[in-house]
Design a protein. Structure first.
Lengths: 534, 500
């Protein structure tokens, strides 16, 4: 593989596609769709390549030497300020066991969502151009290791998402789009502030021995790099680490979305076109939890250890509250949206357990939720395309009318409930095992198990209302799946079953990194207390 | 007064001389050529290019012109001044081009001589404002700018709101410059000098009556605050920006503001400074608490600008309020009272100049065709005119300050300066403000792209030259947003103020 910059390639390939699409004449819609499909297809292949050459033994997290496919060169370098020193920003990409599942997920979901976008007929050129820009932003977030770069990718996604919901969405799309934009921007300005604060608190030693302030995330994780009087340095007795942590956490939590910042999600999902819902639930939500694991945990291990109960507690609220809300929905898509809130709660609970099994469960749940929810949203899309309504009570008995479709539905529903043999079961049980093992959040975990019950409740009830019983007269003409829908549902089903039967495939991938993370967190307890003197 | 006194100084004011000559030339050509006014803008452009050439030469300079017996000069030639003069010339070049293309200006063809002459009068005034180090010269140049702009704001006599704008401008301008003059006279009364450097050494060495001094400082600030449209001296801004021809609005919002900020920085830094410490922070004379003053001023200005902009339906008026908000952000850079803050202001201003010119240019092109600046009339424009729509989107995103546009870099440096000075609360307020700002900028984008055209309007072509100018303005915003080393290098080279 040599020095081929594969991560840059996988990240910026969609931008190249976007430029080609912008140059095409308006009428060439099929060409635009095909280009997008090819580009996202190449991404899947590249992701497979990354996976094939991935070294399972390397841990990553805080040690730059154990990251893989590293690309690092100077992006911005400004010298010669006498009072502020040198400014340098690196273009720094690399992946470890935390990011590779997300890279895989992004590639797969982007590809499948391209298929889901096939029927877009309004301003096709704009749609696919923005779509590809969005894909670049998502991929970039998962491979960037420089905080500045990370932030640029993070923000890069906002605008395409705004337009994708706002132009191609449902009746209340303008409201949903602006709400999404304002919420996430509010979150990201907090992140920006912490980025700058961290920048002024950490100094990296360059090869020539000089010290410069740095945006490098991995340098921020090393306590030796903190400057003595930085506002976010642990050794500064007046540091603002707690406040910064909360600000950063909220910035990420809005994306998850964590209660009480979740209200943008149902609106965005209900109004977004199917493909965008798939992307939103499949990938975007994971950025929140990924950000917490990638940044909050290793950069602020001291605060994480203090607040871990709260992370678990909010996870529990998400699980229960999301499930209860889902149960009360009349709109099929909104129900799935709230089930996302509930399922992302499991990720938070798993993170809070701070042990290998719990964190593995959390990362696995991120991947599984990505595939399962993507499937659920496609399922909603299938029925909405045919019936032009998502009212749950309007349906009934679709199992007799669309038997194959109902087969897929049942699979996805059971996976979401966490039926053994399907992928959701593994990650959820890992989360609970992790939670039980950790004294601090044991009670929370016990309460959270109620979520499983509620989950089974609303999922089965929905299954019954829509697919069982007798078919109303007006739905007698509904056709079963077509080829494009098979192409979307089959791969996802295969992944769900495969990871249900053989979860080690994914667990091995993340194992070293999760272990490094847990070890890092545990070591830092002593380390930080020796620094701060508490 | 001997010949040497003049000869030794004239080469330091070459840009000003170039503008003055161009002004005279414009008047003469207008007189001689009679009804043939086609050449006027080209003369203007030639004059501006000459001035730009001399300004580039000034980046290496660090001297005083018209030095008095006590070795203090009237005019400073330094990189700092060169940067802001550069911004003025940059803006002027575009404004002259806009004027060639503007239907509003074309309509009063017979008065074009007057128009370009007045613009050059303004430029000359701004140049002196930027480089003056003497209160008398500051006041005169400020008035030169103001008087020229009063007339320009009401240039298209036929439109009612034009005259209203000009009248309001005169009244507010008259009052605030009167107040400023009063402040200057008090300062002169206390110190016995009008030279900023002299005043600086005086207030450091001898005891000064505290209260009177504060009074004079604040009164002088009123004049400057009016030029940069900082709240509560901003009242003229929305009306004038809305009423004046778009070309002039663009000019006021960029060039006039640049001159105002240059004056503000110079006035504060030269007059009140004791020393600059190794970390780049300014130690000021403790007579006036400028820090607190600027903190409150910037909070009021940006909050008011942003919240007022939320309710505007006229795009010009909205941009007027947004420019007030931007003045507030720029004042953040003043509030830290440090070299970092100054760098941030310079970066922010360079970006703001490009972005605002672009935004006003798009508004003008659209107004030329549909005769309206109302946001609701822009519905669906992005579909019929994707090029204009996308350009305007880039400009507005940059004004909001989202990556990967240059506007983000401007904001980033401001926040870096704030966080470095440990002014976290102020940074939080500013960041929340930028979330508010998103809402009204995005409203325009919403109308451009999220709504369909109401009645199939907007059937016009953007000419090649206009398209080229748009690209010239939009491309740097993206490029500098991704690779901003040149921008910071420029700022680094521009922050040298004579004496510090």
């Amino acid at each position: 593989m040599g020095n081929f910059p594969i991560l840059s390639f996988i990240t910026f390939l969609p931008i190249a596609g976007m430029i080609i699409i912008l140059l095409l004449p308006k009428a060439q819609t099929l060409a635009m769709k095909s280009i997008t499909l090819i580009i996202t297809g190449i991404q899947v292949i590249l992701a497979g390549f990354l996976l094939y050459h991935y070294n399972y033994g390397m841990g990553g997290i805080n040690n730059p030497a154990t990251f893989q496919y590293i690309e690092k060169f100077r992006w911005i370098e400004i010298t010669g300020f006498s009072w502020i020193g040198k400014i340098k920003i690196d273009y720094f990409l690399g992946i470890d066991g935390l990011s590779i599942p997300m890279v895989l997920l992004t590639a797969i979901i982007s590809f499948i969502a391209t298929l889901a976008s096939w029927k877009i007929d309004k301003a096709v050129k704009g749609y696919f151009a923005l779509y590809l820009l969005l894909v670049t932003g998502m991929m970039g977030v998962f491979v960037a290791l420089d905080f500045f770069l990370f932030y640029v990718f993070w923000e890069l996604m906002l605008l395409p998402m705004y337009f994708l919901i706002g132009i191609w969405g449902g009746p209340r799309r303008e409201y949903a789009a602006i709400k999404f934009f304002l919420y996430t921007l509010l979150g990201s300005v907090f992140i920006l502030l912490v980025v700058i604060g961290l920048y002024f608190s950490t100094m990296e030693t360059l090869v020539d021995g000089s010290k410069v302030f740095t945006f490098n995330m991995l340098s921020m994780m090393d306590t030796h790099n903190f400057v003595a009087n930085g506002i976010l340095s642990p050794m500064n007795p007046h540091n603002l680490r707690l406040i910064a942590y909360i600000a950063l956490f909220i910035g990420f939590a809005i994306k998850i979305p964590m209660f009480p910042f979740h209200t943008w999600l149902p609106d965005a999902h209900v109004e977004a076109p199917t493909a965008i819902s798939v992307i939103l639930a499949g990938v975007l939500l994971k950025m929140g939890t990924y950000g917490i694991l990638r940044v909050c945990y290793p950069v602020f291990p001291d605060i994480t250890l203090k607040l871990v109960w709260w992370i678990g507690a909010f996870g529990m609220i998400n699980i229960i509250y999301g499930a209860l809300c889902a149960m009360a929905q009349k709109d099929f898509k909104k129900l799935i949206a709230y089930s996302s809130v509930s399922h992302m709660g499991f990720v938070m609970l798993g993170m809070a357990s701070l042990n290998t099994i719990g964190i593995s469960g959390a990362v696995l749940q991120m991947f599984n939720h990505g595939t399962i929810t993507a499937m659920l949203f496609i399922i909603v899309g299938v029925i909405y395309d045919r019936a032009h309504t998502r009212e749950i009570d309007a349906f009934g008995g679709l199992a007799t009318q669309m038997p194959i479709y109902t087969g897929f539905v049942t699979l996805a529903f059971f996976a979401a409930i966490g039926l053994p043999g399907l992928s959701g079961f593994i990650s959820e049980s890992f989360v609970f095992l992790g939670g039980f093992a950790f004294e601090t959040i044991r009670v929370i975990t016990v309460i959270s198990t109620l979520g499983l019950l509620l989950g089974a409740g609303y999922m089965l009830w929905t299954l019954q209302r829509i697919y069982l019983g007798t078919v109303p007269e007006k739905w007698k003409l509904l056709k079963d799946l077509d080829f494009r829908e098979y192409a979307m549902l089959v791969p996802l089903s295969v992944i769900i079953i495969f990871l249900g039967v053989y979860p080690s495939f994914m667990l091995n991938l993340m194992n070293s990194s999760v272990n490094s993370m847990v070890k890092f967190m545990m070591d830092s307890r002593a380390l930080y207390s020796s620094i701060t003197g508490f | 007064m001997n010949v040497d006194y003049l000869v030794n100084s004239l080469y330091l004011i070459k840009p000003e001389l170039a503008i003055a000559s161009a002004l005279v030339l414009l008047v003469l050509i207008d007189l001689i050529m009679g009804n043939n006014k086609k050449f006027l803008p080209y003369v203007a452009i030639a004059g501006l290019i000459a001035a730009a050439y001399f300004i580039i030469g000034q980046f290496g300079m660090n001297s005083l012109a018209f030095v008095s017996k006590s070795n203090k000069g009237m005019i400073i030639a330094d990189p700092f001044g060169a940067f802001f003069k550069g911004i003025v010339v940059f803006a002027s070049l575009f404004v002259v081009y806009f004027s060639i293309k503007s239907d509003e200006i074309k309509a009063s063809f017979e008065r074009h001589g007057e128009y370009y002459t007045l613009i050059f009068g303004m430029i000359l005034g701004m140049f002196f404002m930027i480089s003056a180090s003497d209160l008398i010269l500051i006041y005169i140049s400020l008035e030169l700018v103001s008087f020229s702009s009063y007339v320009l704001a009401g240039f298209t006599k036929t439109a009612l709101r034009n005259s209203e704008a000009a009248l309001k401008y005169v009244i507010y301008g008259g009052v605030s410059s009167g107040i400023m003059l009063f402040g200057i006279s008090i300062l002169y009364g206390i110190t016995g000098s009008t030279n900023l450097y002299e005043i600086n050494s005086l207030i450091q060495s001898s005891s000064i009556p505290n209260l009177t001094f504060i009074l004079s400082g604040i009164l002088i600030f009123v004049g400057i605050g009016y030029k940069i449209s900082a709240a509560p001296f901003h009242f003229w801004t929305p009306d004038v920006y809305e009423g004046a021809p778009i070309t002039i609005t663009a000019f006021l919002s960029v060039a006039s503001k640049a001159a105002g900020f240059a004056l503000l920085i110079r006035f504060i830094k030269i007059t009140f400074i004791k020393s600059v410490d190794s970390a780049g922070y300014w130690q000021l004379v403790d007579l006036i608490d400028w820090k607190t003053f600027f903190i409150f001023l910037s909070i009021i200005t940006m909050t008011l600008g942003n919240f007022a902009a939320l309710w505007q339906d006229n795009l010009k008026r909205m941009l007027a309020y947004s420019s007030i908000a931007h003045a507030g952000y720029l004042l953040l850079g003043m509030a830290v009272l440090s070299n970092q803050g100054m760098i941030a202001i310079i970066i922010y201003f360079a970006v703001y100049a490009i972005t605002n010119l672009g935004a006003f240019f798009v508004v003008m092109l659209i107004a030329n065709k549909i005769g309206s600046e109302n946001i609701d009339d822009y519905k669906g424009l992005g579909y019929s005119q994707p090029f204009l729509g996308v350009s305007l989107a880039i400009f507005l995103i940059s004004l909001t300050g989202l990556p990967p546009t240059a506007g983000f870099i401007g904001k980033l440096y401001l926040f870096i300066a704030l966080v470095d000075a440990k002014m976290i609360t102020l940074a939080v307020i500013a960041l929340l403000n930028s979330v508010v700002a998103l809402y009204y900028y995005i409203r325009v984008l919403k109308n451009l792209f999220l709504s369909r055209p109401a009645n199939g309007t907007f059937e016009f072509k953007v000419s090649f030259s206009n398209g080229l100018v748009l690209v010239l303005l939009a491309a740097p915003i993206i490029i500098l947003g991704i690779y901003f080393t040149p921008l910071v290098d420029l700022a680094k080279n521009s922050m040298q103020i004579l004496g510090f």
